[in-house]
Design a protein around this ligand. Structure first.
Ligand code: TEU
Ligand code: CA
Length: 579
C-alpha cells in the first residue's frame, strides 16, 4: 500500500550546530525557524531534529532529563510550537528524536531510584548486585568502560549501554513502558509527524546478564556482541507501535544496528515495527575490530557491493532510509570518495547515487553544500564523548598521540557536528558569538551564500536532484521503481537502473512483490526506465549503452556524453531516461 511518506525527501538537523539566532554560540529553535525557507527551497518535506529535550548534554541531548520540556539552550515550548506551525505552512513535516533506551541520570525517575533502591522507580532501571566485588557482567559499554556503574555505599550496580550518565530503562516493566507510551502520544498529539528512534535494538535485555567471551585486554566484551545474541526485541517493538505510532499513522525511522537479517520483514514490511530503518550497510564497512584506530578505509568495490546487496534485499520487503552521513558519522565526501574525488564533481556524484537509490533519502545538514571532515589540530578540540573514548583506546593500544589523533580524526562524530557553514563571514555566519564547537576552517570556500550565487554549485545541483526525484514525471519511478545494478563488471563504475514494469502498478510494487533476486537483470519490458551511472575513477570511462537514451536528466560535468556509448569523465555522473 502506498504511504504518505514514500515519496518524501528528509533532512536531519543537529540543532546545536545549525543556526544560532541569539548569539550564545549554540544553535536554537528560532535558528531553525529562520532557515525553513531555505529548506523548503531545497525541496525538503520532512525534517528530523536531533534531541531538543531538556538534558545535561553529556551526550549532546541523547541523555534526556525531562521528556516533556524543551532544553532552554534551544528555546521554549512556544518556540517549538511556532516551528511546528511554520513548518506546516510550508508543507514540511517535523520528526523528533525518540531516545527511549535510556534517559539521563538527572531524570527524576533515576534520581528517585537512587534515593530509594527498594521503591518503584528502581524497577524503571536495571539494578543488580555485583559478583565477588566485580560488576554483574563483563560487558563493555559503547562509550568505553563497564556497562555497570557502582551505586556508592551499596553492593548494587546499574546498567548503562552508553555513558554512565545514560542509565538504561527497564522495558520489562509495564509501568515504565506505559509512561513512555503516554509521552510519545503527548508529542504526537501536538502535531508531530513521527520520530527517528534512537538505538532502539538495545531495549531488549537478557535479564540474566550472562558473561560472554571477552574480546579485549580489558577482559570485557563489546555490548554490540551482546545485542547480537539477544532475541525477542520484536514483541517489545510491536507493543510500542500498537500503543503509539499506529494510532497516528506516524512516520517512524528506526536507528537499528545489528538486527538479524531474516527479521527485515518484521521491521519494515507492510505491517513492520517501523516505517523504515536507516541503511548503514556502507557505514559498517569501516568498523574496526578493536576500535576506530584499526578501522579500515572504504574500498570502492566493497562499498558498491554493500549498497547493491542491500538494495536488492530491501526491495523485496519495503523501504530503507538512505544516508551518506549523520551526526554520528564522519562526512561522506571525506569517507566514501577517493582523495582525488573530494571536489565539487565528486560530491555531486556521491549525492546522485545516494538520492536516487530506492528508499527514503535523508540528507544531513551541510551535505547539500558538500561539507567535509574538519582538520583537528589537537584532541582538546573535540567535544564528543565517543571520540574522546576512542582516542584513549587508540593510545592504550600503543599508538602515539599524533597517530591516535589522526586515526580518530577520520571517524570522529565531531566532523559532522561542526557548525553549519552559512556564509564566508566570521564563524561561517553560524553565530554572532563564540561557537560551542570549532568551525571547519574551510568555510570560506564551502558555504551556502557562495553556493547560492554560483549556478553550478553543489547546492544548486542538490536542488535539481531533489526536484528530479520529486518531479511529476519521474516521481513514480524514483519512489517505487525497482533497482537493478548495472555495469558491475566495470572497475570504477557505480550504476543502476530504476524502472517500472509494464504489468505492475505502482501500488503493487510498493508492497514488495519482488521475490526473486534480480541480479543484473536488464529490464526488458519497462514502461519507464532510468539509468544512474557514476564513474568513481580518476580517468574517463567509456561504457557500452544497453538502452537508447531518450533524455539526459542530469549530468555533473560538461565532458560527460551519452550517445552511441556512455562517456563519463573522471568523477562524472549522469542520469538518463532510457527508451
Ligand atoms: O547512536 C547509537 C549507536 O549505536 C552509536 O553508539 C554509534 O555506534 C556511535 O555513534 C558510534 O560512535 C545513537 C545516537 O545516534 C548517538 O548520537 C547517541 O550517542 C547514542 O544513540 C546514545 O543515545
Ligand atoms: Ca542560541
Amino acid at each position: 500500500m502506498n504511504k504518505w511518506w514514500h515519496d518524501k525527501a528528509a533532512y536531519q538537523i543537529y540543532p546545536k550546530s545549525f543556526y544560532d539566532a541569539n548569539g550564545d554560540g549554540i544553535g536554537d529553535l528560532q535558528g531553525i525557524i529562520s532557515k525553513l525557507d531555505y529548506l523548503e527551497e531545497l525541496g525538503i518535506d520532512i525534517i528530523w531534529i536531533s534531541p531538543i529535550y531538556k538534558s545535561p548534554f553529556v551526550d549532546q541531548g541523547y541523555d534526556i532529563s525531562d521528556y516533556y520540556e524543551i532544553a532552554p539552550e534551544f528555546g521554549t515550548m512556544e518556540d517549538f510550537e511556532e516551528l511546528l506551525a511554520q513548518a506546516k505552512k510550508r508543507g514540511i513535516y517535523i520528526v523528533m528524536d525518540l531516545v527511549i533506551n535510556h534517559c539521563s541520570d538527572q531524570h527524576e525517575w533515576f534520581q528517585k531510584a537512587l534515593a530509594d533502591p527498594e521503591g518503584e522507580y528502581a524497577d524503571y532501571f536495571y539494578f543488580r548486585a555485583g559478583k565477588n566485588g566485580n560488576p554483574p557482567s563483563n560487558y563493555r559499554s559503547y562509550f568505553g568502560g563497564s556497562c555497570w556503574e557502582p551505586v556508592p555505599g551499596t553492593d548494587q550496580y546499574y546498567f548503562h549501554a552508553f555513558a554512565k550518565e545514560q542509565p538504561d530503562l527497564n522495558w520489562e516493566n509495564p509501568k515504565m513502558r506505559q509512561e513512555i507510551y503516554d509521552m510519545i502520544n503527548w508529542w504526537l498529539e501536538k502535531g508531530l509527524a513521527g520520530f527517528r528512534i534512537d538505538a532502539i535494538i538495545n531495549i531488549k535485555k537478557d535479564i540474566n546478564f550472562p558473561d560472554l567471551e571477552p574480546d579485549g585486554p580489558d577482559g570485557l566484551v563489546s555490548y554490540f556482541r551482546v545485542v547480537e545474541q539477544t532475541r525477542g526485541v520484536g514483541q517489545l517493538l510491536k507493543d510500542l507501535k500498537n500503543n503509539t505510532f499506529a494510532k497516528y499513522d506516524a512516520f517512524t525511522v528506526g536507528e537499528v544496528f545489528n538486527m538479524h537479517e531474516e527479521e527485515l520483514p518484521e521491521f519494515i514490511g507492510e505491517d513492520g515495527h517501523f516505517s523504515t530503518i536507516f541503511d548503514f550497510s556502507a557505514h559498517c564497512l569501516s568498523e574496526g575490530e578493536h576500535g576506530w584506530y584499526d578501522a579500515p578505509d572504504i574500498d570502492f568495490k566493497e562499498w558498491r557491493e554493500a549498497i547493491v546487496n542491500s538494495q536488492l534485499e530491501v526491495q523485496k520487503v519495503g523501504f530503507k532510509a538512505n544516508i551518506i552521513e549523520n551526526h554520528d558519522e564522519p562526512r561522506g565526501v571525506s569517507r566514501f570518495l577517493p582523495e582525488y574525488a573530494r571536489n565539487e564533481a565528486g560530491t555531486k556524484m556521491l549525492g546522485t547515487i545516494s538520492l536516487l537509490l530506492r528508499g527514503i533519502p535523508f540528507l544531513y545538514q551541510g551535505q547539500e553544500i558538500g561539507m567535509q571532515n574538519c582538520v583537528w589540530d589537537s584532541s582538546e578540540e573535540w567535544d564528543d564523548i565517543s571520540t574522546k573514548d576512542q582516542y584513549q583506546v587508540a593510545k592504550a593500544a600503543g599508538l602515539s598521540e599524533k597517530e591516535a589523533l589522526d586515526k580518530c580524526a577520520r571517524l570522529s562524530r565531531d566532523n559532522a557536528r561542526t557548525p553549519m557553514q552559512w556564509s564566508g563571514e566570521r564563524c561561517a555566519g553560524f553565530t554572532q558569538g563564540t561557537p560551542w564547537l570549532k568551525v571547519n576552517p574551510n568555510y570560506s570556500k564551502i558555504n551556502v551564500e557562495k553556493q547560492q550565487q554560483e549556478e553550478d554549485s553543489v547546492l544548486h545541483y542538490y536542488k535539481k536532484l531533489i526536484a528530479l526525484r520529486k518531479s511529476e514525471e519521474f516521481k513514480e519511478v524514483f519512489t517505487y521503481g525497482r533497482f537493478a545494478p548495472a555495469y558491475e563488471e566495470q572497475e570504477n563504475i557505480m550504476a543502476f537502473y530504476r524502472y517500472l514494469d509494464k504489468e505492475e502498478t505502482a501500488s503493487e510494487e510498493s508492497v514488495g512483490v519482488f521475490h526473486k533476486r534480480q541480479e543484473n537483470q536488464e529490464p526488458a519490458s519497462s514502461r519507464k526506465r532510468v539509468l544512474v551511472a557514476a564513474n568513481f575513477g580518476k580517468d574517463a570511462a567509456e561504457l557500452p549503452l544497453k538502452c537508447k537514451v531518450k533524455k539526459v536528466l542530469l549530468s555533473n560535468l560538461p565532458e560527460n556524453q551519452a550517445g552511441e556509448t556512455l562517456v563519463l569523465a573522471g568523477c562524472g555522473t549522469m542520469v538518463l531516461e532510457c527508451e
